[in-house]
Ligand binder design. Structure first.
Ligand code: AMP
Ligand code: MG
Length: 423
């Protein structure tokens, strides 16, 4: 990877170690990675607001979880060694969850105990009620469980003093409940990332207006809004900007002065970059790439002042694909996540052949489904033109085809990235 600064690279024409015309997806990602430094400022928030926020300070458990030995079953608690002497045990009392049982244990007796109830210190084993025969006040065990069975030990889940969340952890659904289980009401998190975005193009119409000849509705801003909302960043929608240098300049500078990240769509393809390129060269250090990928060949990345800038292509599907491949992980790093989520690549059988050109990485829109034999298969969602957003909307995965692979036949194994997950 290059040791040159962004400014030096941005001023260069294609040469040995930096060739903007032959960037692979992996190279471009790695390239961007070296300029990303997470936000530092923190704030304290209630745990209900902590979902998708990044932990700013390691969280150590103030208590044992569970806090006391308790029964894992509805059953009977007894002293294991006494079974050598007694063929049946008398039920001496009942222990319910939420109230401690305080009577002293008498030899030859047992305690009716409910799930979650404190197991008194003078008994040592619990048997599930299903394995017990009741005869009036007495029980007879149908099998002898091992010593200590069916007791959840104090600190077994989490011990007091144990680090539960490291700095840089992204709080997920289960974590919110876990924090509550530790009695923690507030957490220190990194401040949200401020992300501004705008569309470019004279052809763009706002959805509030009637359609006119030669115009299209600006969909990219809505797609970007939806993607960014899911990531939990602070969003500023700066609108659709016509292809006019002065308007683009003002928008870029305003955006860069008040945000951590600026994203634009359109205006970076060959010919079109004529407007954006001089502006970005004047005000920032921005690299224009032709990534060996489809969709999404043109891509710009760099800095305008302190802000990171991503110039995405204009085609609606290319916007999504380039966002997922480059911008998403960059935002996660800037948000302070120490282990950004790596979207798993699953290997599945192709239901039908796919056309693919060698020499570029392709992200084809796919539909993953379970066939009648219970085997997972993937098929194309149809037209792969990068302007066809409906086929992206039908897709539930991207079929990832490496640079060196050509056409793929039905039955061959391919890799897919899921577009949706459980949480
Ligand atoms: P560009 O990268 O600006 O050359 O745009 C490539 C294609 O994407 C053109 O067909 C544009 O009309 C279309 N496009 C650009 N921006 C948008 C947008 N915000 N919403 C929908 N389509 C767009
Ligand atoms: Mg355009």
């Amino acid at each position: 990877m290059s040791k040159k600064t962004l400014a030096q690279l941005a001023a260069m024409t294609p040469c040995d170690d930096y060739d903007p015309n032959s960037m692979s997806v992996a190279q471009a990602k790695q390239f961007i990675r070296q300029y990303l430094h997470p936000v530092q400022e923190t704030e304290r928030i209630a745990i209900r607001d902590a979902l998708d926020r990044v932990c700013a300070q390691a969280i150590v458990s103030p208590i044992n979880v569970p806090d006391y030995d308790n029964s894992a079953m509805d059953g009977y608690a007894f002293v294991h060694a006494e079974l050598a002497q007694y063929s049946q045990l008398r039920i001496a009392g009942k222990a319910f969850a939420g109230s401690a049982y305080t009577d002293k244990h008498q030899p030859g007796t047992c305690l009716r105990i409910m799930t979650g109830a404190v197991v008194p210190a003078d008994v040592d084993t619990v048997i599930a009620q299903e394995w017990v025969e009741c005869e009036g006040e007495n029980i007879r065990l149908q099998q002898l469980p091992p010593l200590g069975a069916n007791i959840r030990r104090a600190g077994e889940d989490i011990a007091a003093g144990q680090t539960v969340f490291e700095q840089g952890h992204l709080f997920q659904v289960a974590d919110i409940g876990l924090l509550a289980s530790l009695g923690i009401a507030e957490v220190e998190v990194l401040r949200p990332l401020r992300v501004a975005f705008f569309s470019t193009g004279d052809e763009l119409l706002d959805i509030s207006q009637p359609l006119q000849a030669g115009k299209i509705y600006d969909s990219n801003r809505y797609t970007l809004f939806a993607i960014l909302k899911k990531l939990g960043v602070q969003i500023s929608d700066l609108g659709a900007i016509p292809d006019q240098a002065d308007r683009l300049e003002t928008t870029l500078l305003t955006a860069a002065s008040a945000h951590d990240v600026v994203i634009s769509s359109g205006g970076v393809s060959v010919g079109e970059a004529d407007l954006m390129k001089p502006l970005l060269q004047q005000h920032g250090q921005v690299l224009f790439w032709k990534i060996a990928m489809k969709p999404g060949r043109p891509l710009a990345y760099g800095k305008i002042g302190e802000a990171h800038y991503f110039g995405l292509p204009g085609n609606p599907v290319a916007v999504m694909v380039t966002f997922y491949q480059f911008v998403q992980s960059a935002l996660q790093i800037l948000m302070g996540q120490s282990h950004p989520y790596e979207v798993p690549l699953l290997t599945v059988k192709l239901a039908q052949g796919l056309k693919k050109a060698k020499g570029r990485m392709e992200f084809q829109r796919g539909y993953l489904y379970c066939d009648e034999q219970g085997e997972w298969r993937v098929k194309s969602t149809g037209n792969q033109s990068s302007g066809v957003l409906s086929s992206m909307s039908r897709a539930n995965c991207l079929i990832v085809l490496d640079e060196d692979c050509g056409h793929v036949e039905a039955g061959e194994l391919v890799q897919v990235q899921l577009l949706k997950g459980l949480i």
